[in-house]
Design a protein around this ligand. Structure first.
Ligand code: FAD
Ligand code: EPU
Length: 337
């Protein structure tokens, strides 16, 4: 384990912005954790655990130690005729885990195909897409307490999962390092194809779903068509969360904008933030090196050479603009560092 001084993080965040960290270390082995936790560089500095860097925006240099999670390994822990319990180390690439699972014809995370980043980050914001969230299959999260170095296990119901949220993003933000995740998957068919866009895609392409891989393939195709590839254009997926409002607010907006798409979900009403941003005229708009993607108004992009501060300032303009027009405050999904 080598702790490097003054390291540039440009290649380690999907926005592709430059930021120097005072110290940097790659974690390849769980046994190195003790050495890391005992080091003065770790003890005396602010810490940041990083996976794929696909949900962070570095707005300035980081005056601390960045720990890149490269802990690898996927194993089947137990199985019966119905289910299989899988333990994946946190440094595994999320989509590699999806492929591992669909190749064995297990069901449960196929709708989450092609979400960038690591397994270790997946519970942090309870990753979700196309009608499924990680919380639906997650059993336990294995962690190390950063303050003490002690190993612990959080059961699913201790994680306080919500929409793009968990205890690791709220109360215990930066308090635990997630080393591994346990998922309970189905061996028997359990498809989830009710999400409108997915259903339409399957119908249009005359795809009869026979395996979980059929779904992960369909999802991958939908995503490739809609979302910019960070390798080609810096971005972090949805920059903002969708907004949930009460009935009165929804009716107030509907009176003025009859075309507003409203989705009822568990007695709450979702207004897509993408629609709000588009309605304010931002979709496809570019200011300097930063802009809003032309196919998805929730996605902020770095056309090349943007700084994190530029992207943050741009996001503030959007927040103000949506607030002025609709009286709604957009919340960022991306973690500002
Ligand atoms: P990072 O960006 O490295 O870290 C994110 C946060 O988690 C940071 O605060 C970090 O400190 C913390 N963290 C990371 N690893 C650990 C760990 N092991 N222990 C403790 N804390 C940790 N998200 C969705 O939910 N649904 C989508 O459909 C989706 N689509 C996307 C599409 C694109 C093109 C992109 C670029 C992003 C998308 N995202 C989506 C966001 C992103 O993929 C997820 O949030 C993903 O889980 C981030 O993983 P990461 O390893 O890159 O995390
Ligand atoms: N919409 C617009 N204009 C846009 C984009 C969206 O009007 O430019 C409206 C449309 O009415 C559309 C609706 O928003 O029908 C929903 O759009 P979409 O299906 O593209 O999904 P989203 O709500 O914009 C969310 C997640 C994505 C996830 C998809 C699919 C959030 C913040 N984003 O996007 O997650 O992949 O659903 O489930 O919840 C991410 O978190 O980074 C991410 C990409």
């Amino acid at each position: 384990m080598e702790i490097i001084k003054n390291y540039d993080l440009k290649k380690l965040n999907t926005f592709g912005v430059s930021a120097q960290t005072k110290f940097f270390v790659e974690l390849n082995n769980e046994n190195d954790l003790k050495e890391l936790f005992d080091s003065t560089e770790f003890k005396n500095n602010e810490k940041l655990f990083l996976g794929g860097g696909s949900n962070v925006l570095f707005t300035k240099d980081f005056d601390g130690i960045v720990v890149l999670n490269k802990l690898k390994g996927i194993e089947i822990i137990e199985e019966n005729s119905e289910n299989v319990l899988i333990r994946s180390m946190g440094g595994e690439n999320w989509n590699d885990l999806v492929n591992f699972v669909v190749d064995r014809e297990y069901w449960g995370i196929e709708n989450l195909a092609l979400i960038p980043g690591t397994v270790g980050a997946s519970p942090v914001q309870n990753i979700g897409a196309y009608g499924v969230e990680i919380k639906d299959t997650l059993e336990n999260v294995e962690v190390y307490e950063i303050e003490t170095g002690e190993k612990k296990v959080f059961k699913k119901d201790e994680c306080e999962f919500g929409y793009r949220s968990s205890i690791f993003k709220t109360k215990f933000k930066e308090k635990y390092f997630i080393s591994a995740v346990f998922l309970k998957l189905n061996k028997k068919e359990k498809k989830n194809i009710d999400y409108k866009v997915l259903m339409e895609y399957l119908e249009e392409n005359k795809i009869e779903v026979k395996s979980s891989k059929d779904i992960s393939n369909a999802i991958s195709a939908i995503r490739k068509n809609k979302l910019p590839d960070p390798v080609l254009m810096g971005n972090a997926g949805s920059f903002f969360k969708n907004i949930y409002v009460d009935k009165n607010k929804a009716e107030e907006i509907k009176l003025k904008y009859t075309d507003v798409p409203l989705f009822e979900e568990n007695e709450r009403i979702k207004i897509p933030s993408g629609w709000l941003i588009e309605k304010c005229g931002w979709k496809g708009h570019r200011v300097g090196n930063v802009g809003i993607h032309e196919k998805q108004a929730l996605v902020l992009v770095n056309y090349g050479g943007a700084t994190g501060k530029e992207i943050k300032d741009f996001s503030e303009q959007i927040i103000n603009s949506v607030n002025d027009k609709f009286g709604l405050i957009l919340e960022r999904e991306v973690n500002l560092i």
